[in-house]
Write a protein that binds this ligand. Structure first.
Ligand SMILES: Nc1ncnc2c1ncn2[C@@H]1O[C@H](COP(=O)(O)OP(=O)(O)OP(=O)(O)O)[C@@H](O)[C@H]1O
Ligand SMILES: [Mg+2]
Length: 234
Protein backbone atom coordinates (compact mmCIF):
# COMPACT_ATOMS: atom_id res chain seq x y z
CA UNK A 1 0.00 0.00 0.00
CA UNK A 2 1.11 3.52 -0.75
CA UNK A 3 1.47 5.49 2.50
CA UNK A 4 2.70 8.68 0.89
CA UNK A 5 2.48 10.09 -2.58
CA UNK A 6 3.44 13.55 -3.74
CA UNK A 7 2.63 14.71 -7.23
CA UNK A 8 4.62 17.59 -8.66
CA UNK A 9 4.77 19.28 -5.30
CA UNK A 10 6.17 22.77 -5.09
CA UNK A 11 6.53 25.03 -2.07
CA UNK A 12 7.49 28.65 -2.43
CA UNK A 13 8.14 30.67 0.71
CA UNK A 14 7.77 34.42 0.59
CA UNK A 15 9.50 36.65 3.11
CA UNK A 16 9.06 40.31 2.22
CA UNK A 17 9.85 40.50 -1.48
CA UNK A 18 12.09 37.47 -1.47
CA UNK A 19 10.69 34.22 -2.81
CA UNK A 20 12.42 30.91 -2.16
CA UNK A 21 11.46 27.90 -4.21
CA UNK A 22 12.11 25.32 -1.51
CA UNK A 23 10.53 22.49 -3.52
CA UNK A 24 10.30 22.68 -7.30
CA UNK A 25 8.29 19.65 -8.38
CA UNK A 26 8.74 16.63 -6.16
CA UNK A 27 7.26 13.25 -7.06
CA UNK A 28 7.70 10.75 -4.29
CA UNK A 29 5.91 7.52 -3.55
CA UNK A 30 6.51 5.63 -0.31
CA UNK A 31 5.09 2.18 0.31
CA UNK A 32 3.96 0.79 3.61
CA UNK A 33 6.83 -0.66 5.66
CA UNK A 34 9.60 1.39 4.10
CA UNK A 35 12.56 2.71 6.11
CA UNK A 36 13.62 5.63 3.97
CA UNK A 37 16.20 8.37 4.44
CA UNK A 38 15.81 11.79 2.92
CA UNK A 39 19.21 13.34 2.44
CA UNK A 40 20.70 16.36 0.69
CA UNK A 41 22.55 19.57 1.47
CA UNK A 42 21.30 22.14 3.97
CA UNK A 43 18.48 24.10 2.37
CA UNK A 44 17.67 21.42 -0.20
CA UNK A 45 14.08 21.09 1.05
CA UNK A 46 14.10 18.06 3.36
CA UNK A 47 12.24 19.67 6.27
CA UNK A 48 9.85 21.38 3.89
CA UNK A 49 8.96 18.06 2.30
CA UNK A 50 8.49 16.36 5.68
CA UNK A 51 6.19 19.17 6.77
CA UNK A 52 4.05 18.77 3.67
CA UNK A 53 3.83 15.00 4.09
CA UNK A 54 3.13 15.55 7.81
CA UNK A 55 0.16 17.83 7.07
CA UNK A 56 1.89 20.62 9.00
CA UNK A 57 2.06 22.78 5.86
CA UNK A 58 0.48 22.89 2.43
CA UNK A 59 2.10 22.91 -1.01
CA UNK A 60 2.07 25.94 -3.30
CA UNK A 61 1.08 23.59 -6.12
CA UNK A 62 0.83 19.85 -6.69
CA UNK A 63 -0.83 17.20 -4.60
CA UNK A 64 -0.06 15.27 -1.41
CA UNK A 65 -1.69 11.95 -0.50
CA UNK A 66 -1.39 10.24 2.88
CA UNK A 67 -2.74 6.70 3.14
CA UNK A 68 -4.43 7.18 -0.20
CA UNK A 69 -6.28 10.29 0.93
CA UNK A 70 -5.78 13.60 -0.82
CA UNK A 71 -4.69 15.95 2.00
CA UNK A 72 -3.67 18.84 -0.24
CA UNK A 73 -6.56 21.15 0.45
CA UNK A 74 -7.74 20.07 3.85
CA UNK A 75 -8.40 22.78 6.41
CA UNK A 76 -6.50 23.13 9.67
CA UNK A 77 -8.81 20.88 11.70
CA UNK A 78 -8.95 18.19 9.06
CA UNK A 79 -5.15 18.16 8.88
CA UNK A 80 -4.95 17.89 12.67
CA UNK A 81 -7.26 14.87 12.46
CA UNK A 82 -5.01 13.19 9.86
CA UNK A 83 -1.97 13.85 12.05
CA UNK A 84 -3.64 12.38 15.12
CA UNK A 85 -4.94 9.32 13.28
CA UNK A 86 -2.12 8.41 10.92
CA UNK A 87 1.12 10.21 11.71
CA UNK A 88 3.83 10.28 14.35
CA UNK A 89 6.62 12.83 14.62
CA UNK A 90 10.15 12.72 15.97
CA UNK A 91 12.04 16.01 16.09
CA UNK A 92 15.66 17.03 16.37
CA UNK A 93 15.16 18.53 19.84
CA UNK A 94 12.99 15.66 21.15
CA UNK A 95 10.10 18.02 22.05
CA UNK A 96 9.05 16.13 25.16
CA UNK A 97 6.94 17.85 27.79
CA UNK A 98 9.50 18.66 30.50
CA UNK A 99 7.16 18.40 33.47
CA UNK A 100 5.86 14.95 32.54
CA UNK A 101 7.61 11.65 33.12
CA UNK A 102 8.67 9.37 30.26
CA UNK A 103 5.58 7.30 30.96
CA UNK A 104 3.27 10.33 30.87
CA UNK A 105 4.84 11.71 27.70
CA UNK A 106 4.15 8.44 25.90
CA UNK A 107 0.67 8.30 27.38
CA UNK A 108 -0.27 11.79 26.17
CA UNK A 109 -1.37 10.90 22.60
CA UNK A 110 -3.37 7.99 24.02
CA UNK A 111 -5.17 10.34 26.40
CA UNK A 112 -5.92 12.68 23.51
CA UNK A 113 -7.24 9.73 21.52
CA UNK A 114 -9.63 8.89 24.37
CA UNK A 115 -8.15 5.49 25.22
CA UNK A 116 -9.23 3.88 28.50
CA UNK A 117 -6.92 3.76 31.51
CA UNK A 118 -6.25 0.05 31.11
CA UNK A 119 -5.56 0.35 27.38
CA UNK A 120 -3.19 3.22 28.07
CA UNK A 121 -1.33 1.37 30.80
CA UNK A 122 -0.86 -1.71 28.65
CA UNK A 123 0.27 0.26 25.63
CA UNK A 124 2.74 2.50 27.49
CA UNK A 125 4.28 -0.50 29.21
CA UNK A 126 4.69 -2.26 25.85
CA UNK A 127 6.20 0.85 24.24
CA UNK A 128 8.64 1.48 27.09
CA UNK A 129 9.85 -2.08 26.63
CA UNK A 130 10.08 -1.69 22.85
CA UNK A 131 12.45 1.27 23.25
CA UNK A 132 14.46 -0.40 26.06
CA UNK A 133 13.29 2.00 28.76
CA UNK A 134 11.16 -0.24 30.95
CA UNK A 135 13.09 0.95 34.01
CA UNK A 136 12.91 4.67 33.18
CA UNK A 137 9.16 5.33 33.05
CA UNK A 138 9.19 7.52 36.14
CA UNK A 139 12.03 9.76 34.97
CA UNK A 140 11.34 13.24 33.66
CA UNK A 141 13.18 14.28 30.46
CA UNK A 142 15.86 16.15 32.46
CA UNK A 143 16.56 12.88 34.29
CA UNK A 144 17.26 11.03 31.01
CA UNK A 145 20.17 11.07 28.57
CA UNK A 146 19.63 12.60 25.14
CA UNK A 147 19.39 9.19 23.55
CA UNK A 148 16.88 8.03 26.14
CA UNK A 149 14.82 11.17 25.60
CA UNK A 150 14.79 10.56 21.87
CA UNK A 151 13.69 6.97 22.45
CA UNK A 152 10.81 8.28 24.56
CA UNK A 153 9.95 10.54 21.64
CA UNK A 154 10.02 7.54 19.28
CA UNK A 155 7.73 5.60 21.63
CA UNK A 156 5.38 8.58 21.85
CA UNK A 157 5.30 8.88 18.04
CA UNK A 158 4.31 5.24 17.86
CA UNK A 159 1.74 5.32 20.64
CA UNK A 160 -1.42 5.51 18.57
CA UNK A 161 -0.17 3.03 15.98
CA UNK A 162 0.32 5.52 13.13
CA UNK A 163 0.94 4.29 9.60
CA UNK A 164 3.88 6.61 9.23
CA UNK A 165 6.52 8.19 11.44
CA UNK A 166 8.34 11.27 10.19
CA UNK A 167 11.66 12.07 11.82
CA UNK A 168 13.62 15.25 11.11
CA UNK A 169 17.31 14.89 12.00
CA UNK A 170 16.48 12.47 14.83
CA UNK A 171 20.13 11.98 15.82
CA UNK A 172 21.51 15.47 15.20
CA UNK A 173 21.81 16.21 18.91
CA UNK A 174 23.10 12.81 19.96
CA UNK A 175 26.57 11.38 20.30
CA UNK A 176 27.50 8.26 18.35
CA UNK A 177 26.40 5.59 20.88
CA UNK A 178 23.09 7.32 21.58
CA UNK A 179 22.44 7.95 17.89
CA UNK A 180 23.12 4.28 17.24
CA UNK A 181 20.67 3.19 19.93
CA UNK A 182 17.94 5.43 18.53
CA UNK A 183 18.48 4.10 15.02
CA UNK A 184 18.48 0.52 16.28
CA UNK A 185 15.20 1.08 18.10
CA UNK A 186 13.65 2.66 15.00
CA UNK A 187 14.89 -0.23 12.85
CA UNK A 188 13.42 -2.77 15.27
CA UNK A 189 10.07 -1.00 15.43
CA UNK A 190 9.97 -0.86 11.66
CA UNK A 191 10.63 -4.59 11.43
CA UNK A 192 8.37 -5.71 14.25
CA UNK A 193 5.38 -3.42 13.75
CA UNK A 194 5.73 -2.63 10.05
CA UNK A 195 5.42 1.10 10.74
CA UNK A 196 6.81 3.18 7.89
CA UNK A 197 9.64 5.59 8.68
CA UNK A 198 10.83 8.56 6.66
CA UNK A 199 13.74 10.39 8.23
CA UNK A 200 15.69 13.43 7.11
CA UNK A 201 19.35 13.35 8.00
CA UNK A 202 22.86 14.58 7.24
CA UNK A 203 24.47 11.90 9.29
CA UNK A 204 26.28 9.15 7.35
CA UNK A 205 25.97 6.86 10.37
CA UNK A 206 22.20 7.20 10.09
CA UNK A 207 22.06 6.83 6.33
CA UNK A 208 23.59 3.37 6.59
CA UNK A 209 20.45 2.14 8.37
CA UNK A 210 18.18 3.21 5.51
CA UNK A 211 16.86 0.73 3.04
CA UNK A 212 16.08 3.46 0.54
CA UNK A 213 17.86 6.78 0.16
CA UNK A 214 16.16 9.71 -1.55
CA UNK A 215 18.44 12.66 -2.28
CA UNK A 216 17.12 16.19 -2.62
CA UNK A 217 19.05 19.02 -4.19
CA UNK A 218 17.71 22.51 -4.77
CA UNK A 219 14.16 21.36 -4.18
CA UNK A 220 14.26 18.41 -6.54
CA UNK A 221 14.83 14.68 -6.12
CA UNK A 222 18.13 13.98 -7.84
CA UNK A 223 18.55 10.36 -6.87
CA UNK A 224 16.48 7.60 -5.38
CA UNK A 225 18.19 4.34 -4.58
CA UNK A 226 17.57 1.15 -2.71
CA UNK A 227 20.45 0.36 -0.37
CA UNK A 228 22.60 -2.50 -1.61
CA UNK A 229 23.97 -3.67 1.68
CA UNK A 230 20.67 -3.98 3.47
CA UNK A 231 21.26 -7.49 4.66
CA UNK A 232 24.79 -6.72 5.73
CA UNK A 233 23.67 -3.77 7.82
CA UNK A 234 20.72 -5.37 9.57
N1 LIG B 1 9.36 29.24 6.92
C1 LIG B 1 10.20 29.59 5.95
N2 LIG B 1 10.16 30.82 5.39
C2 LIG B 1 11.00 31.17 4.40
N3 LIG B 1 11.91 30.36 3.85
C3 LIG B 1 12.01 29.13 4.36
C4 LIG B 1 11.17 28.68 5.43
N4 LIG B 1 11.50 27.40 5.72
C5 LIG B 1 12.49 27.06 4.89
N5 LIG B 1 12.80 28.10 4.06
C6 LIG B 1 13.81 28.07 2.98
O1 LIG B 1 13.50 26.99 2.13
C7 LIG B 1 14.67 26.27 1.72
C8 LIG B 1 14.55 24.81 2.15
O2 LIG B 1 14.58 24.75 3.57
P1 LIG B 1 14.46 23.38 4.38
O3 LIG B 1 14.34 23.76 5.80
O4 LIG B 1 13.39 22.56 3.79
O5 LIG B 1 15.88 22.72 4.08
P2 LIG B 1 16.56 21.40 4.70
O6 LIG B 1 16.93 20.53 3.56
O7 LIG B 1 15.68 20.83 5.75
O8 LIG B 1 17.89 22.01 5.35
P3 LIG B 1 18.69 21.55 6.68
O9 LIG B 1 19.48 20.34 6.27
O10 LIG B 1 19.58 22.73 6.96
O11 LIG B 1 17.71 21.28 7.76
C9 LIG B 1 15.84 27.01 2.35
O12 LIG B 1 16.38 27.88 1.38
C10 LIG B 1 15.20 27.79 3.49
O13 LIG B 1 15.90 28.98 3.74
MG1 LIG C 1 15.88 20.58 7.82
Amino acid sequence: MEVVKTENVTRTYKVGNVETNALRGVNLSVQSGEFTALIGPSGSGKTTLLQLIGCLDQPTSGKVYVNGKDVTNLNRNQRADIRAASLGFVFQFFALIPTLTAYENIEMPLLLAGKSASERAERVKYLLEMVDLADRGKNRPDQLSGGQQQRVAVARALATNPALILADEPTANLDTPNGKQVMEVMTRLNKETGVTFIFATHDPRVIQYARRVVTLQDGLIVSDSVAEKVEAVH
